[in-house]
Design a protein around this ligand. Structure first.
Ligand code: THG
Length: 267
């Protein structure tokens, strides 16, 4: 399971403050902690107004890269910010994200193709998220037609079926699982990812909802997720899920994590 670490996100109050005050130490600490927790990518989302976003994103990237080598996930809906950010990264980044909207495909796919970047593709057209699994899968098919035409290998695609809040539609989990299964069946080289925490929005005991959702999603083929890597119980849930699905040979990963103290009581 590849982890895209979510904490450097300007929509979070404390991070927004650090960006505004150019508090590099706070950002460096978040980067180092998330890397130590085993992240494959660090998501970087400036969360700011489009005018400020390129500057803020470049400052975040340079600050993070001064302490860690882990590749970044550039989380922006703004093609101009992405263009500028990609010049600041040391390692090939994950682009987060494209969707089925023609304009977005045309502005971002050339960057993806030129730099050979992996890219997250949301199962939506423009601002509307399709209600049914069928319609989301149709968007995915449209996207993969466009990426193949640009020479982007399927193995560089991370489809995000979108986790809508369960509290407003109790079918949300099932819809996401169905999209995942279809992608696994039809586009077996492509990957899957999801922004985990949205599923539990507005509910009490969110960590339980997130955890069980993630377990079933892994069974449905999810192989990466945007989540809080510092959540030890979530990390344990991932390892236990892979274990019971027979995907952890000789229980090595599970036991190794235990030896490293995953189940020890924090001080
Ligand atoms: N798909 C893709 N990218 C995404 C998302 C997605 N990027 C943004 C978001 N969704 C995932 N990232 C975060 C980052 C931080 C938090 C949630 C999602 C977070 N939320 C706190 C909470 O949920 O309670 C509240 C904020 C806070 O802690 O201050 O931390 O779906 N491709």
């Amino acid at each position: 399971m590849k982890i895209i670490a979510e904490k450097i996100n300007g929509t979070r109050k404390r991070v927004a403050q650090a960006i505004a005050e150019r508090d590099a130490e706070f950002i460096k600490d978040l980067a180092q902690k998330q890397v130590a927790a085993g992240s494959t990518w660090l998501d970087v989302n400036a969360g700011t107004h489009p005018d400020r976003e390129p500057d803020d994103l470049v400052w975040l990237i340079e600050t993070i890269q001064s302490v860690v080598e882990t590749p970044l996930s550039l989380d922006s809906a703004n093609p101009r910010a992405l263009q500028i950010a990609i010049k600041a990264v040391k390692k090939t980044p994950l682009i987060n994200s494209i969707n089925g909207e023609q304009e977005r495909l045309e502005s971002v796919l050339p960057i993806v193709a030129e730099h050979g970047c992996p890219v997250i593709a949301l199962a939506m057209d423009g601002n509307k998220i399709p209600e049914t699994a069928e319609k989301r899968f149709a968007v995915i098919t449209k996207i993969i037609t466009a990426t193949r035409a640009m020479g982007v290998p399927d193995s560089n695609l991370y489809f995000d079926p979108l986790a809508m809040t369960i509290s407003t539609n109790t079918e949300s989990g099932k819809i996401a699982f169905e999209v995942m299964r279809r992608v696994r069946q039809e586009y077996s080289e492509a990957h899957l990812t999801i922004g985990l925490s949205n599923i539990s929005f507005g509910l009490p005991g969110r960590s339980f909802v997130n955890r069980y959702f993630l377990g079933f999603a892994i069974e449905a083929g999810l192989d990466s997720a945007i989540l809080d890597p510092l959540d030890r119980e979530l990390q344990a849930a991932i390892l236990a899920t892979e274990l019971v699905l027979g995907r952890d040979k000789h229980c090595l990963n599970y036991i190794r994590a235990s030896r490293k103290g995953l189940f020890d009581k924090p001080e």
